[in-house]
Design a protein around this ligand. Sequence first.
Ligand code: B12
Length: 208
Amino acid sequence: MQDILDGIRQAILAGEEEDARRLVGDGLEKGLEPRRIMEGAMMPAMEDIGERFSRGEAFIPELIVAAEAMQRGMEVLKPHLGGPERGSGLVLLGTVHGDIHSIGKNLVRMCLEGTGFEVVDVGEDVKTERFVEAYREHRPDILGLSALLSSTMQRIPEVVEAVRAEDKAAVIMVGGAPVTQEFADQSGADGYAPNAFEAAKKARELLG
Ligand code: B12
């Protein structure tokens, strides 16, 4: 099994979309748990490429092809993340203004959908006013905010405040690589989760 995990990791790093898709399928067929594929191969690949980028050994085009290979693998994984429950609640989800990172948010969406939540995904680079408008329109049970840059995470408290002005009782969950429990608390959010699996658990917990 380790060879399949290594293969998936290599395929994502090299931006080989077809290999990523095929190997994720092979792993599932051979009985690998979706969570193990995610945490043992796909997420480490993105961490690797991120570290190479920080060291100046990888550049934006490599990040983009790796991200695309990751998305292809995720498409294969998605139907296998499903749980039997339905009707858990509605989550409005988006990445904050100035931030175009989508992979983590999409993964959170998949895990929420897989565990019975309905998700309205407002996309990336979402202005604070747009979050408020969408909140007013959909009246979700939970608002989920994603931020991947230390600069854009500063938008989180702003969105929390604006949405709470619309609805004092809004339940807000936040996440993204630079976001911590401490930052979530300081921002006035109700919940934080470090990854998509924990996000689905946290959403359930927040709704009691
Ligand atoms: C892929 C990538 C890109 C791709 C994004 C493609 C896409 N469609 O998403 C591209 C090439 C476009 C990109 C661009 C940039 N990037 Co970039 N990128 C990454 C990279 C390599 C991986 C991110 C990722 O997808 N991770 C995998 C997912 C699964 O993990 P995740 O996003 O953390 O999400 C998980 C959790 O955080 C959590 N979560 C996420 N959202 C939410 C929401 C809720 C509600 C909850 C509960 C949980 C939760 O669950 C998720 C799933 O488990 C990271 C490095 C890294 N290791 O993170 C850099 C990184 C985030 N990028 C970085 C930078 C600097 C940039 C650029 C500024 C580069 C540039 N000079 O142009 C631009 C910014 C563009 C912009 N305005 O947003 C830096 C950020 C540094 C910082 N702390 O501010 C990083 C850390 C790289 C580095 N080491 O320097 N990037």
